[in-house]
Ligand binder design. Structure first.
Ligand SMILES: Nc1ncnc2c1ncn2[C@@H]1O[C@H](COP(=O)(O)OP(=O)(O)OP(=O)(O)O)[C@@H](O)[C@H]1O
Ligand SMILES: [Mg+2]
Length: 393
């Protein structure tokens, strides 16, 4: 059984370093096709070191795919030189580290860090395999001001159903998160307080950084100052959601108006994807691009619940126009109402303050869909993934 693989198409490089890798327990393969075959035979593989001559585009596609299929697998990428644009693209697709190919010590350290992380994640996921597993719901839009935070806070409130379900709301808008203001919560603790626990976060640790809002309804706030958000890594987000899954029935994630690394981490773990669209062309264009990215990343279409916000605005776009532009059916229509900004300014979600309001009803319909009340598919994606892990051991 091998846990580590080194891929290198170039015979000279393989001859120069293949033996050293083999000495450290690595299997050596020639290309990504061999690697794919190797992984299907050795699903417990934890680390792939990708040699400097493997085609960059192919590695990035491979990594983005594996991130969904095998979240435990770490990819360390070697390159002849480490260019900043390669680095940022690599990180975006899920490569854990990029190292100069001759930097042996750097490679060793990057590999060790990646294996440690995989093991920590595996423990977290295994720990919750039999436990109740929260459904993770990520609310997003390609543009600012569409109503993401209004939907995320109200959806979380609707899901909580007066505390009969356990809900965690996570504010991943790490620069300009609005959840604290929308729920009138003191910004005393935030996700940055979890940074020191990265790699070994447990339920007690996570609880210590949460803010209680209502019974069984907790919030993980964004940092109070925008600069702090930069230090929250994608792996920490994965870890936070992994731990939260064992503690709650639902984890609702609010996001910034663009897809960040941290957002990708949440999306990778999501059971439901909730895109918000409003009837204006720039929003439709950006959501279309986001949806295309989702197709590339193979997030299942049947797991997308599109919210049509301000659905009643008379702006010359029909429901059909919007569906055509988004390339998806609109699951929930939410009307425009001045009561929404009033509720935001008041600091109480309209769903809690005025449950019979049409906006509150729309949010309850969305919550019902997420909870499976309205005939949604039974087996959440996350469960399938966890079972897949169970089989591998
Ligand atoms: N259905 C609605 N009717 C009236 N106003 C709305 C509605 N939905 C959202 N708004 C208003 O639009 C503004 C933006 O909403 P919100 O903050 O939820 O958007 P966002 O997508 O989270 O924005 P950002 O990208 O800046 O985080 C708020 O002032 C909110 O009150
Ligand atoms: Mg927002």
């Amino acid at each position: 059984m091998t846990y580590y693989v080194y891929v290198e198409p170039d015979p000279e490089r393989r001859a120069a370093s293949g033996e050293a890798y083999a000495g450290h327990g690595f299997d050596v393969v020639h290309d990504l096709a061999d690697l794919a075959e190797h992984l299907s035979r050795n699903p417990e593989t934890l680390l792939v070191v990708v040699g400097a001559t493997v085609d960059l585009e192919a590695v990035l596609t491979f990594t983005a795919y594996q991130r969904v299929q095998r979240p435990l697998l770490g990819v360390v990428l070697l390159r002849p030189t480490v260019e900043p644009d390669v680095l940022s693209r690599a990180m975006r697709s899920g490569v854990r580290e990029v190292v100069q190919e001759l930097d042996c010590e750097g490679i060793r350290h990057a590999s060790a860090r990646s294996v440690d992380l995989s093991k920590a994640l595996s423990t977290t996921m295994r720990g919750h395999d039999d436990a109740r597993t929260a459904r993770v719901i990520t609310v997003f839009a390609g543009k600012g001001g569409c109503g993401k935070s209004v939907v995320a806070t109200n959806l979380a409130a609707a899901l909580s159903a007066q505390g009969t379900r356990r809900v965690l709301l996570v504010d991943l808008d790490l620069q300009f998160g609005d959840v604290a203001i929308m729920l009138q919560l003191p910004p005393a603790r935030s996700i940055t307080d979890a940074i020191g626990m990265a790699g070994r976060l447990d339920e007690t640790g996570l609880r210590s950084v949460l803010t209680a809002y209502r019974p069984n309804f907790d919030v993980l706030l964004a940092p109070a100052s925008p600069a702090e958000g930069e230090h929250v890594g994608r792996d920490l987000v994965t870890e936070v959601i992994g731990v939260a899954r064992g503690m709650y029935d639902f984890v609702v994630v609010d996001t910034p108006p663009f897809v960040t690394d941290q957002v990708l981490a949440a999306l990778d773990l999501s059971d439901w994807f909730v895109p918000i669209v409003t009837p204006d062309l720039p929003t439709l264009k950006s959501i279309r691009l986001t949806v295309e990215m989702f197709d590339l990343l193979e997030y299942p279409r049947e797991r997308r619940l599109v919210v049509f916000n301000r659905a009643d605005s008379q702006v010359g776009l029909t429901v059909e126009d919007v569906e055509e532009a988004v390339g998806a059916h609109l699951s929930v229509h939410m009307p425009s109402s001045r009561d929404v900004p009033v509720s935001v300014n008041k600091g109480i979600p309209i769903t809690l303050d005025n449950p019979t309001h049409p906006v509150s009803k729309a949010m309850r319909r969305l919550a019902d869909r997420c909870a499976g009340v309205a005939g949604s598919p039974e087996e959440p994606v996350a469960r399938r993934r966890l079972f897949a892990f169970g089989r591998k051991r």
